[in-house]
Design a binder for this molecule. Structure first.
Ligand code: ATP
Length: 465
C-alpha cells in the first residue's frame, strides 16, 4: 500500500521541483510503510535524512494533504547499507530481455517476446484471466478472449474488442498473451499500441529499415494492437498495417485489436481494412453494473491484503460508475486516506476521502457502523456487544454504542433496543449513564469524542491520534 501512496506523492513532488532535484533526492527513496498515520521513508544515509527534513518536509506534507491527510506526518529511516544496492529506482528501468523473456521488478515475470527491437512493451503481469472479474457487461468479450487463447488463429480471427476508456480491453488482450506464452513459451507475442506501430513505421522509413520492420511484425504468432481507432486518417500506416494483417492472417496467426468504437464507426478507415476487421468476431465491453464493480473492488482489496468492509466497497462502487481505472483509483484514495489519518475503514471515512474528487455524498450513519467502530475501539467482537454478557468489558462499550446510535442516527429508543435485543428502558438507562460519565471519566470522554469524529468522517476536526 505504501508503494501506491508513494507513487501519488512522487507525482505531486515531481510537479513542484526540478528534474535534477527529483532524481538526486527522491528517486532513491524507498517507502517503508505507514505507521500510525505517518508515512515512513527509507533514505540512504543520515545526510539525506537531514536534507529531507530541512528542505522537503513541507513539500511532502503538502503532497499528503492533497491526498486527504488531515495532519500529515512523514518520518525517515536510514536504510542499512546492504539495502542500498537493492533500492528500487522510482522509475523502473526497461525490462531486460533474455531469450525473448523479460524479468520485471521484484522478480515478477513480465512476458515480452522477440528481441532485439526497440519500443517493445511488456505485458502487464496483473492483467491475467484470473484477475478479470466476469460480469454481464463483459462476459462475451471474456469468453471470446478465452476461446482465442485456447485456439489461437482458429477460433476467431481477428478478435475485435471495443468499449469505452478503462473498461478492460487491454487487460483482456494481455491475458491472452500471458495464457499463450505460458502454454507455448516459444511463441512470439507482440503487444503494441497503434501509436507505437505508427512511430515504428515512421522510424523504419526514415532509417531505411523497412525490412526489419516487416520482419518484426510479420513473424509473430500473436499480434495485439491497442487503440486501433488511431489508424483513422493515417494512410501510410493503414497501408502497412493492411499488409501486416494479411501476412499474419494467411499464416493463421492470431490478431487481436482493441478500439473505443466498432470498425464501422472508425472514420476514414479504408474499406478493405474495415472489412478485414469484420472477418472475425466483434465484441464489446460495456460499463460494469453495481455488483461487478463491487466484485472488482473486492478483488483489488484482497490483492493488497486489505480487509475492507462490504458496505465501504459498496459506497465506492456507487461513486464511480463507469471507468474501472477510476474505480481502482478511488479505492486507493480511500485506503491512503484511512492509513494516513490512522482511522479504520468506514463509510463516512470513504465518503470524506472521495469528496474532493467526486460529488460529496451524504452518508447516513447506520447502527451497524456504530457497532463496528465501537467494537474496534474497545477491541472486542461486535457480537459480544450485542450479546447478553454483563461484565464491565462489554457493558461499557454497549452503553457507548447505544449512546452514539441515539446521537448520530435517527433511530428511536425501541428500535435501538431491538437492535441489541433489549427494551427501550435499557437504552434510556445506558444513554443516561454515558451522559453522566462524560466529562468525569476521561477515558470514556476521549473514546466517545474519537468515535464521533470517526463516524462523522472526521468533519472539521483535527486528527490527534
Ligand atoms: N473485469 C475486470 N476485472 C478486474 N479488473 C478490471 C476489469 N476490467 C478492467 N479492469 C482493470 O481496470 C483497469 C483499466 O483496464 P484497461 O487498461 O484494460 O482498460 P482499457 O479498456 O484498455 O482502457 P483504455 O481505453 O484507456 O486503454 C486495469 O487496471 C484493469 O486491470
Amino acid at each position: 500500500m505504501s508503494q501506491e501512496i508513494w507513487t501519488d506523492v512522487l507525482g505531486y513532488v515531481r510537479k513542484n521541483i526540478s528534474e535534477v532535484e527529483y532524481h538526486t533526492w527522491f528517486a532513491p527513496v524507498r517507502p517503508l510503510g505507514v505507521q500510525q498515520g505517518s508515512l515512513v521513508l527509507g533514505v540512504r544515509n543520515s545526510f539525506a535524512q537531514e536534507w529531507f527534513r530541512k528542505h522537503y518536509l513541507e513539500l511532502l506534507e503538502d503532497a499528503l494533504r492533497s491526498m486527504g491527510a488531515q495532519a500529515p506526518q512523514v518520518s525517515f529511516q536510514v536504510l542499512p547499507a546492504v539495502q542500498d544496492a537493492m533500492m528500487l529506482p522510482a522509475d523502473p528501468p526497461p525490462p531486460k530481455l533474455t531469450n525473448g523473456r523479460a524479468t520485471g521488478r521484484g522478480g515478477m515475470p513480465e512476458r515480452t517476446v522477440v528481441a532485439p527491437f526497440e519500443n517493445r512493451k511488456a505485458l502487464n503481469p496483473k492483467y491475467i484471466f484470473e484477475n478479470f472479474v466476469v460480469g454481464p457487461n463483459n462476459n462475451l468479450a471474456h469468453a471470446a478472449s478465452l476461446a482465442v487463447a485456447e485456439s489461437p488463429g482458429k477460433a476467431y480471427n481477428p478478435l475485435f474488442i471495443y468499449g469505452d476508456v478503462g473498461l478492460g480491453k487491454t487487460h483482456l488482450m494481455h491475458a491472452v498473451g500471458h495464457y499463450m506464452s505460458e502454454r507455448y513459451p516459444d511463441k512470439r507475442i507482440e503487444y503494441v499500441s497503434t501509436e507505437s506501430f505508427t512511430n515504428d513505421l515512421i522510424n523504419a522509413i526514415r532509417e531505411d529499415k523497412m525490412t526489419q520492420f516487416r520482419n518484426r511484425y510479420r513473424s509473430v504468432d500473436l499480434l495485439l494492437v491497442d487503440d486501433i481507432q488511431f489508424l483513422a486518417g493515417k494512410e501510410r500506416t493503414q497501408e502497412e498495417f493492411f499488409h501486416t494483417f494479411n501476412a499474419l492472417y494467411e499464416n493463421h496467426k492470431q490478431i487481436i485489436l482493441s478500439s473505443d468504437r466498432p470498425p464501422k464507426d472508425i472514420q476514414t478507415l479504408e474499406g478493405r481494412l474495415r472489412s478485414r476487421f469484420e472477418w472475425g468476431l466483434i465484441t464489446d465491453i460495456q460499463s460494469p453494473e453495481f455488483e461487478t464493480r463491487v466484485a472488482i473492488l473486492k478483488m483489488n482489496a484482497e490483492h493488497h491484503r486489505m480487509n475492507i468492509p462490504q458496505d465501504v466497497l459498496e459506497l465506492i462502487a456507487r461513486q464511480v460508475t463507469s471507468n474501472i481505472r477510476e474505480l481502482e483509483g478511488a479505492l486507493m484514495r480511500v485506503v491512503a486516506f484511512a492509513s494516513l489519518n490512522n482511522v479504520p475503514f468506514s463509510r463516512p471515512v470513504a465518503a470524506k476521502a472521495l469528496s474532493n474528487v467526486f460529488a460529496p455524498q451524504e452518508v447516513k450513519v447506520e447502527m451497524a457502523d456504530v457497532l463496528r467502530a465501537v467494537a474496534a475501539q474497545y477491541n472486542i467482537p461486535p457480537e459480544a456487544i450485542r450479546g447478553s454478557g454483563r461484565v464491565r468489558e462489554v457493558v461499557t462499550p454497549r452503553q457507548v454504542a447505544m449512546f452514539l446510535i441515539r446521537e448520530l442516527t435517527g433511530h428511536s429508543l425501541p428500535e435501538i433496543g431491538s437492535f441489541f435485543g433489549r427494551d427501550h428502558s435499557t437504552v434510556m438507562h445506558a444513554i443516561a449513564k454515558v451522559n453522566d460519565q462524560l466529562g468525569k471519566d476521561s477515558e470514556m470522554t476521549e473514546a466517545v469524542a474519537f468515535l464521533k469524529r470517526r463516524l462523522q468522517g472526521l468533519e472539521g476536526e483535527e486528527i490527534t491520534s
